[in-house]
Design a protein around this ligand. Structure first.
Ligand code: FE2
Ligand code: FE2
Length: 205
């Protein structure tokens, strides 16, 4: 494959595996914590941490798909391919025998509460509760990564929340308020400290 002559947008795909894994780990932890705060049982919380870990796995599959057909692909519509990743991820995880709860969470993680999301334009409580949780945690997790802080304790929480508040129509308000309370709590500060320790451990190895 001639990567110097790219015709598909690299930006939508996973290049940095470490960054992808960190994003998954963060989203998984947030989703588990929010589920716990919603009073969900242990199995539900565990499934949410796996769903968070795996939610963007479809991006890997899309990369393979495009690379296999690279010679023939002259133009790729960035948004169209990006929007395939929940469905691709769902199919991939189904093949691997993941539970229905995890599959549903992955499939619904880009559905917006007002019906403007994808892949199925689901609306309100028509979106699985798993998907509604994951959507919020994913957005915040992405904002965290975008800040590129060298230590998580420097995370600017207000800034990470700002565009989510502006886009609040995308989210289930009850879960969003619970999430907001969590990120301003002492527990979240402990979580950030733990993340810092884990990153340090990984670097030291
Ligand atoms: Fe995603
Ligand atoms: Fe994501």
């Amino acid at each position: 494959m001639n990567s110097s002559n790219n015709v598909f947008p690299e930006s939508i795909l996973i290049d940095n595996v470490m960054e992808y894994m960190n994003h998954g780990a963060i989203v998984g932890n947030l989703a588990k914590e929010i589920a716990k705060r919603m009073g969900m049982d242990e199995e539900f919380c565990y499934d949410m941490s796996i769903a968070g870990m795996m939610h963007d796995i479809g991006k890997v599959k899309i990369r393979t798909y495009i690379e296999e057909r690279f010679e023939k692909v002259m133009f790729v519509d960035e948004a169209r391919y990006y929007r395939m990743h929940p469905t691709t991820g769902y199919a991939l995880l189904k093949e691997q025998g993941f539970s229905d709860r995890i599959l549903t969470a992955v499939l619904d993680h880009h559905e917006n509460y007002d019906g403007s999301g994808y892949p199925n334009n689901l609306k309100g409580e028509g979106i699985s509760v798993e998907g509604r949780i994951l959507h919020i945690c994913d957005s915040f997790g992405r904002n965290m990564m975008n800040q590129k802080v060298s230590s998580w304790k420097d995370l600017r929480i207000d800034e990470a929340m700002r565009d989510m508040v502006e886009e609040a129509k995308d989210f289930d308000m009850k879960i969003f308020l619970l999430f907001q309370a969590y990120v301003y709590s002492e527990e979240f500060q402990n979580f950030l400290e733990e993340l810092d320790l884990r990153m340090k451990d990984m670097k030291d190895k």
